[in-house]
Design a protein around this ligand. Sequence first.
Ligand SMILES: [Zn+2]
Length: 322
Amino acid sequence: MTYPVTRLRRLRKTETIRNLVRENRLSGDDLVMPLFVRSGSNVKKAISSMPGNYQLSVDLLVEKCSELEKMGVQAVLLFGIPEEKDETGEIACQEDGIVQQAIRALKKEIPNLYLIADVCNCEYTTHGHCGTIIDGDVDNDVTLNTLSKQSLSLARAGVDMVAPSDMMDGRVKHIRQSLDREGYHGIPIMSYAAKYSSAFYGPFREAAESAPQFGNRATYQMDPANSREAMREIEMDITEGADIVMVKPALSYLDIITRVKQNINVPVAAYNVSGEFSMVKAAAQKGWIDEKRLVSELLTSMKRAGADIIISYHTQEIIKDL
Ligand SMILES: [Zn+2]
């Protein structure tokens, strides 16, 4: 059947009919808010490239999280900025590490807020790479040990889920085995499975103080030109025990999200990263776009592409409209 019998505009005529036939809806249940925690008390350090986002000390993080929880945010993703860094990221494995402290405080005050902790070394190493450097490059197998140790100390602190973002081969298996060995069978792993070597991470590096001091991350993060390789990464992580797989960044990789969704039966997370957030903010500050509409459109596109979970810095602003 075609025009004039078929007229697709019939189902767009009013708000009500558009509501009735809408295929995808963004919900607050889909969203995770990333947050940055640092040492000290009463510290709120603005991240200039990400307006509205701050590095917070544990006390203010707890305040922020209870505010978010009241708004309907169910889950947060935590990143730590330590006072000191070292060569290997071992400092992130300490029982009183900054994220571990945050988890304990949050679990005490807001027990129902779901806490996901990023697992990586780049915020904790002096050189800003995601693992231990041997012969000028990140050594895969040595790095697995620090990643597992970090995951374990987060588990002991009471984290609900760990999310390794390093892109080392075999890390999901290594972390799963370490967690299980100590009885943490119930802690899921959300792997940053298809994490691209992306220019969209620029503002995050200011936020987490994790810019690499030499070279780049192209020997471990994925080439933005590749799609089949993303499927290999994802299949490998699932085989190793990943419960949720993530595609990062989101916007320029919607095709990857769709491909994963169509081929794999585990939940898919999309990380709407710092650069995607900052571009929207910059254009909004100049008055060039309608921010609210744009954010809703962007996040809905991730959902339409197949994302079950959307990690976004827009969470705190958009959730009140959902
Ligand atoms: Zn890293």
